[in-house]
Design a binder for this molecule. Structure first.
Ligand code: NAD
Length: 508
């Protein structure tokens, strides 16, 4: 057994349902977890049945009654202690993320660092859940707003950021006084169990009620239970646009609240005034990092015609240097795709690109032989295409980069915005006018717009999310916490009469 699995108390057979302190096995079907790194079966998990799920929600509801009354700074202190636990287990959890999901060890460790950072952010936030005071138009009246906890927050997460996305939601929700029920991706259940194991001791030591942190494992089904369950006050769902539409419909039917973080189709514009020495590494990392399986991965490169050939050659040179292999080895740049289905999707996309008239300037391929036994390793590739083609309009979750030529900045911005998704975008230019145009109201229509850095990756301090088919949600930093609370406007009369608003009189 690998040492990091032992440290995180991951056994061969794992329970798929848990509240913070007592853990009990799920009664659903058995889920086998395979590593895309070497194709080995890591462990089995018995997932949640509907009865298990209902028991968890009841526990969460009971816990909420107590947790919401704990002063926010004390909730923050518990989150601070969780951050300490993640510091201690950073190496082991980073290794598990890398082994279970297939991203590089550096990126696995980076994800755990994001958990630590969001814990710190949430601790500070726990003393800053500010409301406004307003001037009342009535004499001897005071008006203000306050923010109250919402209730049970359901977190549905995707495989590609198996732990960071949970923490962006959970740590903020906890300081806001909510309780969390987490359903991780069925492709990465063990990292979910590991996080629950890491925080268990903190919850126990602080006598935190069971149900503040709950875990429900399984596939689409428990996700659907969460989305349609009126006991869940907020559903925060991260994943494909297909999944987001289903969650939006289910929460909409019950007029529930949802926060959606869905697919992207992110572009970088390279103008003739770009510093290509800075741009090329940003493009390559954005396109091939996490084997193109980030929601913020660079998928389209919109390049000015004057520098198009030069940039193409630079990319060809950079791509030949890429080393593909075991992501846990620091010398490799590109790890595997998550599973065989993802490889099939990559291959199907290649066929469609060819059928639609695309040409590859860097050839694709699937790798076989020693070191590639899992069958999930593919070659990052670059294709010349047109923006309006169906395949380019879609998000293919693989390291395929599209090259598109432009003549004017207006055209480049229109191409960048001319897709259904609106997550991340970037421009590389040293020209202040071009940069400011890109950031203006007539510029990028995405939730994230960068200058001289790529589309991929984000800091926890900003609000993260995107527009259009990306779902419109914002989580993590800035004032994203407001989604996790309910706003209440309060008016207090400390006078001896009852003046009505808008000057209305009502005499008895
Ligand atoms: P996915 O949509 O297949 O699954 C995501 C989660 O939703 C899983 O936990 C899954 O079990 C659950 N689910 C699936 N169907 C559901 C339904 N009908 N109702 C409720 N839950 C359901 O996505 P994936 O393959 O795990 O992840 C890749 C996708 O996630 C990409 O599109 C990527 O861009 C997106 N993503 C977005 C962000 C973001 O912040 N915008 C971050 C990470 C990933």
């Amino acid at each position: 057994m690998k040492e990091f699995l032992r440290e995180l108390t991951i056994q061969a057979d794992n329970p798929g349902v848990s509240t913070g302190q007592n853990q009990w096995a799920g009664h659903g079907k058995v889920l086998e977890s395979y590593s895309p790194v070497d194709g080995h079966c890591i462990a089995n998990t018995q997932v949640a049945s509907r009865e298990d799920y209902d028991a968890v929600i009841r526990q969460a509801q009971v816990a909420f009654e107590v947790w919401r009354l704990k002063p926010a700074p004390l909730r923050g202190d518990i989150v601070r202690q969780m951050g300490q636990q993640f510091r201690q287990h950073k190496q082991a959890l980073g290794q598990l993320v890398s082994y279970e999901m297939g991203k590089s060890l550096q990126e696995g460790l980076g994800e755990v660092q994001e958990i630590i950072d969001i814990c710190d952010f949430a601790v500070g936030l726990s003393r800053q859940l500010y409301g406004l005071t307003m001037q009342s138009e009535r004499p001897d009246h005071r008006m203000y707003e306050q923010w109250h906890p919402l209730g049970v927050v359901g977190i549905i997460s995707a495989f590609n950021f198996p732990v960071a996305v949970w923490s962006w939601n959970a740590m903020i929700a906890w300081v806001c006084g909510d309780v969390c029920v987490w359903k991780p991706s069925e492709k990465t259940p063990l990292t979910g169990i590991a996080c629950q194991n890491i925080i268990r001791e903190v919850l126990r030591n602080n006598e935190v009620p069971e149900g503040v942190s709950c875990l429900v494992l399984g596939g689409r089904e428990p996700g659907e239970w969460i989305a349609s369950d009126a006991r869940v006050a907020l559903v925060s769902a991260t994943g494909s646009t297909r999944m987001g539409k289903a969650v939006a419909e289910a929460t909409g039917r019950r007029l529930g609240r949802c926060l959606l973080e869905l697919g992207g189709n992110n572009a970088i514009i390279i103008t003739p005034e770009a510093d290509l020495a800075v741009a090329v590494p940003a493009i390559v990392f954005g396109a091939v990092g996490t084997a193109g399986q980030r929601c913020t991965s660079t998928r389209r490169l919109i390049v000015h015609e004057k520098i198009y050939e030069d940039l193409k050659q630079r990319l060809q040179k950079a791509y030949t240097q890429l080393r593909i292999g075991d992501p846990m080895e620091a010398t490799h740049h590109v790890g595997p795709l998550i599973d065989q289905q993802a490889v099939d999707d990559y291959q199907a996309a290649l066929e469609t690109i060819k059928a639609q008239g695309g040409t590859f300037v860097i050839e694709p391929g699937t790798l076989t032989g020693s070191g590639y036994e899992s069958g999930c390793y593919v070659r990052p590739c670059v294709a010349e295409v047109e923006n309006h083609w169906d395949i380019v309009q879609r998000e293919t979750f693989a390291p395929i980069l599209y090259l598109i030529k432009y003549a004017t900045l207006e055209e480049a911005i229109a191409l960048q915005n001319g897709v259904p998704q609106g997550l991340s975008s970037a421009i590389f230019t040293l020209n202040m006018r071009e940069a400011e145009r890109f950031l203006s109201a007539a510029g990028s229509d995405c939730g994230i717009a960068n200058v001289n850095i790529g589309t991929s990756g984000a800091e926890i301090g900003g609000a993260f999310g995107g527009e259009k088919e990306t779902g419109g949600g914002r989580e993590s930093g800035s004032d994203a916490w407001k989604t996790y609370m309910r706003r209440q406007t309060n008016t207090i009369n400390f006078g001896h009469s009852l003046p009505l608003a808008q000057g209305i009189t009502f005499e008895l």
